[in-house]
Design a protein around this ligand. Sequence first.
Ligand code: UDP
Length: 239
Amino acid sequence: DEDSDGYSRVLLKLGGEMFGGGSVGVDPDVVGAVASQIAEVIADGVEVAVVIGGGNFFRGAELQQRGMERSRGDYMAMLGTMMNCLALQDFLEREHDLDTRVMSAIAMGQVAEPYIPRRAIRHMEKGRVVVFGAGTGMPYFSTDTAAAQRALEVGAEVVLMAKGVDGVYTADPKTTPTAELFETITHREVLERGLKVADATAFSLCMDNHMRILVFNLLQEGNIARAASGAKIGTLVNT
Ligand code: UDP
């Protein structure tokens, strides 16, 4: 079974809201805890790339509702993701002595390298954590889509989708107590049942290219390493 052998290269997608610990800005306790979990994955010899959202700062669609131009709002939001990336880099390097490279989809040479796919791969081969910032660099997209695209381009075997819930359920467990957790599900079935794993653009990119998605609970300590090791946690979306 391919799962039990674990993965050799993973792409971890973290939502921005978690980084903020529920408010605007960066919560050092959360970032520290995530950095510790990532350090475990590196210690296990798994190559790691990370994409972080920006919902703890801005979302372009929300700024648009308050009168701003959509694309400008999206750029502001992409810049927000960079602050999360730098915070994670700080904890990884300072507390875990892990070489970390932030690569930005928007040029900002003083704080991040440009996104160069082959260089990203080289960093990972050397055991460095690569953190992809500024999403795809394009308005109207999401960091989920950046995660799917980067995973495909740098040859990750799975997108590890970190959430605040255990995985994908038959229905919303908050409103439907009988909701059951899927251990595995196909991309097609996710669509047929109208379940939400990622936004439509990100999800179709994964489906079209047979990219696995593991939805799992970030809030349980050690879960990122478990997910990367191929342990049966969360919900695996596979073709
Ligand atoms: N964004 C964008 N293009 C991208 C990635 C992100 O325009 O390629 C903007 C968009 O406004 C988005 C915001 O950045 O709402 C934050 O990203 P996302 O909503 O994916 O963050 P998360 O929900 O994961 O925190």
